[in-house]
Design a protein around this ligand. Structure first.
Ligand code: UDX
Ligand code: ADP
Length: 479
């Protein structure tokens, strides 16, 4: 087995592949890394000379790309050539939840992983280490292994061999570069020690050895699902308590602080909000639930399902509360929605709570104005109306302007606030913390409401106005 590594290929130039490989390239100048993707557009975007146009927005990413792109990091659509050269191949493709067939709505659709494995089986040469990076259900490595080995048997002029490793990504969007540069741990699962050590050698260029954990394949795959399930569970727990705070007069920030100072609990992931979003939590919970159901662990499946139920309930209760406070109807009322990404510092909207909340407000007949510093109007249109349509050519064609059921996008907060009845804060962007509430109050129709699902408004400033306020996990203030 030749374990000398010089060429890396990463299949999938998305949120995981792009930033991960940028950090590997920065820390391993002796390795040549190619990130390949089926989407020529995505590759062109990564190669854009205007660095602000790269497809993923992450603090610190553009600087690293500037430093390593064209030196030892390359973005290419020449998948075959890249696989042929590679000693290690990272699989970083998307694994969406299945929409049809067995396991629909729960199991992950592995068709992209499967296609990848077939392409690797076809073009790889000699010995190749294949690393699963994508979020995947437990025992996906077995699928990859079977495809690689069975195709090898048919077309085997030069003997190809493979080692399969699981090396899940724990990066969180918005802090991806820091998470990659200073990880809590690097998890490497596999059956062959030599391959595991080869991968560990790459990470050891910048990660302390005691942070590199070796496990078997299945423990590694299950650990990723479990970590995300635990994190999601914490958010559902604190969100459930936010509702209890609102009726008892307790304050969620004080409760979170008091609870989080217990060393055994810890103070992270205790921020209440409109419910968790992002590409991983829901998908991984669904994968775990599907796995449990498949193996007859009904009670375990129900337990994890309740985490998702609370997440949906939190969004639903926010919508109901708004309608109730705005005199039982929001038809034709102007509502300013601040934030569309699933959290601050990212342009990603996958599973963003904003999607469902805005959809439900539109259904109630509200006139919605949406502002987000990073999410484009086109992306919001796709999310609100066309989940499964990739390209929307003529935006105007799709705006629903009939009656009162429509929405408008604006970068200008003054336009968004002008004559509106209520402001709904859904993402904790820095700019929303600095809003001048005195000035804003004057622009609005009265009585004026702020619904803050992230607890970001400057309370001292707003208390000097006549705003009615609802802040998640705190008492309602009505003038
Ligand atoms: C998550 C995991 O953190 C990461 O380890 C994994 O690899 C991918 O999934 P990500 O989805 O990027 O990362 O974001 P994260 O910061 O975990 O936030 C997820 C959601 O939970 C967001 O909607 C966020 O607003 C919400 N959240 C997070 C809270 O509501 N409260 C918190 O205290 C933390
Ligand atoms: P993630 O958050 O997991 O990185 P993304 O959707 O952002 O997911 O990125 C996954 C990328 O993988 C997409 O750009 C998609 O075009 C690419 N992809 C999917 N299947 C293949 C494949 N067989 N070969 C190359 N690229 C692929």
């Amino acid at each position: 087995m030749n374990l000398k590594i010089s060429n890396i290929c990463c299949i999938g130039a998305g949120y995981v592949g792009g930033p991960t490989m940028a950090v590997v390239a920065k820390n391993c100048p002796n390795l040549t890394i190619e990130v390949v993707d089926l989407s020529k557009k995505k590759i062109n975007d990564w190669n854009n000379i205007d660095i602000s146009k790269i497809p993923v927005f992450e603090p610190g990413l553009a600087e690293i790309i500037k430093e390593v792109r064209g030196k030892n990091l390359f973005f290419s659509d020449k998948i075959q050539e890249s696989i042929e050269k590679a000693d290690i191949i990272f699989i970083s493709v998307n694994t969406p939840t299945k929409q049809k067939g067995v396991g629909a709505g729960k199991a992950s659709d592995l068709k992209y992983i499967e296609n990848c494995a077939r392409t690797v089986a076809r073009y790889s040469k000699g010995h190749t280490i294949v690393v699963e990076k994508s979020t995947i259900p437990v025992r996906t490595a077995e699928v990859i292994k079977k495809i690689l080995e069975s195709n090898n048997a048919i077309d085997n002029e030069d003997k190809k061999t493979f080692s399969i490793l699981s090396n899940p990504e724990f990066l969180a969007e918005g802090s991806a570069i820091n998470d990659l540069q200073n990880p809590d741990r690097i998890l490497i699962g596999g059956e062959e020690n030599e391959a595991k050590e080869t991968l560990a050698k790459i990470y050891s260029q910048w990660v302390e050895p005691n942070k590199i954990i070796f496990t078997n394949l299945w423990s590694s795959e299950l650990s990723k699902l479990t970590a995300n399930a635990f994190l999601a569970q914490r958010i559902s727990s604190i969100n459930s308590i936010s509702a209890v705070c609102e009726i008892t007069g307790a304050n969620i920030d004080e409760v979170a602080k008091a609870v989080g100072t217990d060393n055994r609990i810890g103070n992270k992931f205790l921020k209440t909000g409109p419910g968790f979003g992002g590409s991983c939590f829901k998908k991984d919970l669904l994968n775990l639930i599907y796995l449990c159901e498949h193996f007859g662990l009904e009670k375990v499946a129900e337990y994890w399902e309740s985490v998702l139920k609370i997440n949906d309930w939190q969004k639903e209760r926010i919508r109901k509360l708004m309608v109730e406070k705005l005199f039982g109807s929001i038809t034709n009322k102007k509502i300013a929605v601040l934030g569309f990404s699933f959290k601050a510092n990212t342009n990603d909207t996958r599973e963003s709570p904003s999607i469902e909340i805005v959809r439900s407000l539109l259904e109630e007949g509200a006139n919605i104005y949406i502002n987000d510093p990073k999410v484009s109007e086109k992306k919001i249109t796709q999310d609100l109306y066309f989940e499964f349509i990739k390209e929307v050519d003529d935006l105007n064609k799709y705006f629903i302007n009939e009656g009162s059921n429509y929405w408008t996008y604006s970068k200008d907060l003054e336009i968004v606030f002008k004559n509106c009845d209520a402001i709904l804060i859904l993402t904790e962007w820095e700019e929303y913390k600095k809003i001048d509430w005195g000035k804003t109050y004057k622009l609005m129709r009265k009585p004026a409401w702020v619904f803050d699902t992230r607890g970001v408004i400057n309370q001292e400033d707003i208390s000097k106005t006549n705003f009615n306020t609802w802040i998640v996990g705190k008492s309602i203030l009505e003038n």
